[in-house]
Design a binder for this molecule. Sequence first.
Ligand code: ZN
Ligand code: ZN
Length: 405
Amino acid sequence: MLPDKDGPNGGGGVQDGPGTEDPSVTLFREYLRLKTVHPEPDYGTSETLLPCPAVNRSAISVCPGRVVAIITWVGSRPELKSVVLNSHTDVVPVYEEHWKHDPFAAVKDEHGNIYGRGSQDMKCVTIQYIEAIRRLKAAGKRFSRTIHLTFVPDEEVGGHKGMETFVKHPEFQKLNIGFALDEGLANPTNAYTVFYGEKNPWWITVRCPGSPGHGSRFVENTAAEKLVSVFRMLNTNECFTLGDVTTVNMTMVKGGVAYNVVPAEMDVSFDLRIPPTVNLQEFEEKIKAWCKEAGEDVTYDFAQKHMDQNFTSTEESDPWWHAFSSTCKAMNMTLKKEIFPAATDSRFIREEGLPAIGFSPMNLTPILLHDHNEYLNEQVFLRGIQVYERLVPALASVPPLSGGE
Ligand SMILES: [Zn+2]
Ligand SMILES: [Zn+2]
């Protein structure tokens, strides 16, 4: 456990009297204070903050400086397929000047809202898993299936040095996974959203070479003209079909050296999110054609190109979904099934042919992931622990699957 320099409620906001804050909330706030933020996440210290007594721990190095930590609670029938509770440890950067509290101070305001980068995405879930496991163990429970908690780096930058590499590691196979839970999104209503599939992220950089020259001349065939042309074509309505929306955002532009020098090249990057129903081969052909139309020398590269279109079953006949949904029903929770609009590490798990459900138990909460002033209310956080206290036993007690395991 890390020392808490500011006391239990450090950083301002409401000061609970000593000992009045639930220790799991205190742990959550301590975790929020760790700067596992890109572009240089401090992963070293997060290792020490994940206390989970009397369970096996291991650490798999997937790349230099990148470790997947695993906490395992072995089941009474370890030959059965396991349940994975996955979370990523990194968070996205902040625009600090737009926050009303320091995004790494975990300030709790008078309403119990805890502000911090990662409070929704997804440090809450990490601590909720840990706390649920701790409580179940303390209550003397044991389940037939083994439970693995996996803590994965680099989700927010594409997972290359995280889950994408981990799923190909022999240690991943050894986990003998039957089913995985991973992150979802908050829901502003009383319902909880669950995700059984997700859009395919494509991160594309288009390189536009062009004729250089003096900034005062009529230069033709410029890099900027080509860039604008690519942008216009990618933003056409052809990308959108109602209900199945492909989103396109221009996210980076590079090029230029001086006001009066027409640049020899400009690069433009796009973040595309494509629904699983779109024909991806056809879509790439379109992109290729648009680039060609912008200029014969215009090329493109993918930094992220996911092609998997697997869904996880949400049929009542599916034993994993049945365990999940019937437990939620028993807790009077309303579930909304959706396709995840962005991307999570679940896509790599599903690509291995394994079922994964995206779920972060945050109802009555605005969706603030990656946004300024990301927060989670402590009562919602505490309720989420109770949800996992019911869900984990149900999943880890799913009877042996028909057809053998
Ligand atoms: Zn996330
Ligand atoms: Zn995120």
